[in-house]
Design a protein around this ligand. Structure first.
Ligand SMILES: *Cc1c(COP(=O)(O)O)cnc(C)c1O
Length: 358
């Protein structure tokens, strides 16, 4: 499908932020956005890159009532000589379609999605910051727009992509985070929607996050909903443990989000000869490994931070410090390796990098 491009009038262009250290995350968006409409009788149509605008929605638009809303999170990176790269974008496109299928929403044409990403990023390339660790965050989203009340899959959808510059996640270097293990609230359950980036999952997670924050913890470590025993994820990231010589992460079983970073960590670690085990691990096993000294590192993985060291767990009234609250060697090595692949500073043996060109 042809994507029309309607450029903003030059005098309406926003001022680009000058100080890259103040970008933060998710606050600034560029001059243009991509939108495409879907109707069950017409398929995808009206694909357009247009000036960034507010959406106009009927109050009965179904996304507002029944939560058919899914999204993705990815980044474009500026390398040497102004080369622009995406990191494994096919994986995000595939995952968005898994989310769409589970939420009974329209499947997105992968070629249209990729074309939209490339054209929008190229049009907005002056917005991509330069500092290492900074990037252009990309938020593809789909919402049900059919005007109707009554619980059923909508017949109409809007797919849009907005992008905006974001700062380095670690402007002052790695900072180990403190995790609150939720004993009462769960993020997802077997047979639920935990493997989708569906808006409702995040709404459901806020209450436990607020409790964690009030207790002075950065994020929640989620346990499985059935036995309240097995570790699932931390906040909106996947989780890894280095116990003895082994790297362990919970298996994908429908309750956790299949992170692109998670998969990249697994492939890289295996290529370095590290035994990686995707297996259920209970919080008791984590804490006994902490007690006997075999738990060497714990970290979270996700697009926002790549990997983020975990310095402490709080469970059943007791805090357990990991690796003396210091960043582990493997955590740091994985961070540097993935960062350098993303920015085109290192060889890309897995073919993860996609150069964005005209
Ligand atoms: C997005 C997300 C992740 C990380 O996925 P990446 O593809 O690595 O960014 C992990 N868990 C949850 C719940 C998420 O929403």
């Amino acid at each position: 499908m042809e994507i029309r491009i309607k450029k903003i009038e030059p005098e309406k262009m926003k001022l680009k932020p000058l100080d890259e250290s103040k970008l933060g995350f998710g606050k600034i968006f560029t001059d243009h956005m991509f939108t495409a409409k879907y109707h069950v009788d017409r398929g995808w149509h009206d694909a357009v890159i247009e000036p960034y605008r507010a959406l106009s929605l009927d109050p009965t638009s179904m996304c507002l009532h029944y939560g058919q809303e899914i999204f993705e999170g990815m980044k474009a990176y500026r390398g040497k000589n102004d080369a622009i790269f995406l990191f494994r974008p096919d994986e995000n496109i595939k995952r968005m379609n898994v989310s769409a299928e589970r939420m009974c929403m329209a499947g997105i044409d992968a070629a249209m999605f990729m074309d939209a990403l490339k054209k929008l990023i190229l049009l907005e390339k002056d917005w991509i910051p330069r500092g290492i660790g900074t990037s252009l965050y990309i938020r593809p989203t789909m919402i049900a727009t059919e005007k109707a009340l009554g619980v059923h899959p909508a017949n109409e959808y809007l797919f849009f992509i907005v992008v905006g510059p974001v700062g380095a996640y670690y402007p002052e270097g790695f900072n180990p985070t403190k995790m609150y293990v939720s004993e009462e609230y769960v993020r997802s359950v077997r047979g639920g929607t935990g493997n989708c980036k569906a808006a409702g999952n995040y709404a459901a997670s806020l209450y436990a996050s607020r409790i964690a924050n009030e207790m002075g913890y950065t994020q929640v470590l989620w346990l499985d909903a059935i036995e309240m025993k097995y570790v699932e994820e931390v906040g909106t990231s996947n989780v890894f443990f280095v116990i003895g010589d082994e790297l362990i992460t919970p298996p994908l079983g429908g309750t956790i989000l299949p992170g692109v970073t998670r998969d990249s960590v697994i492939q890289l670690a295996r290529s370095w000869g590290i035994p990686v085990n995707e297996r259920p691990i209970s919080i008791d096993d984590v804490l006994s490994a902490q007690a006997d000294g075999s738990l060497k590192e714990a970290f979270a993985s996700g697009t926002a931070a790549i990997v983020s060291p975990i310095g402490q767990f709080f469970y059943k009234g007791k805090a357990s410090v990991i690796n003396g609250g210091k960043v582990g060697a493997l955590t740091e090595k994985l961070y540097n390796e993935i960062l350098q692949i993303q920015y085109g500073e290192k060889e890309d043996p897995f073919g993860w990098r996609v150069k964005v060109t005209d």
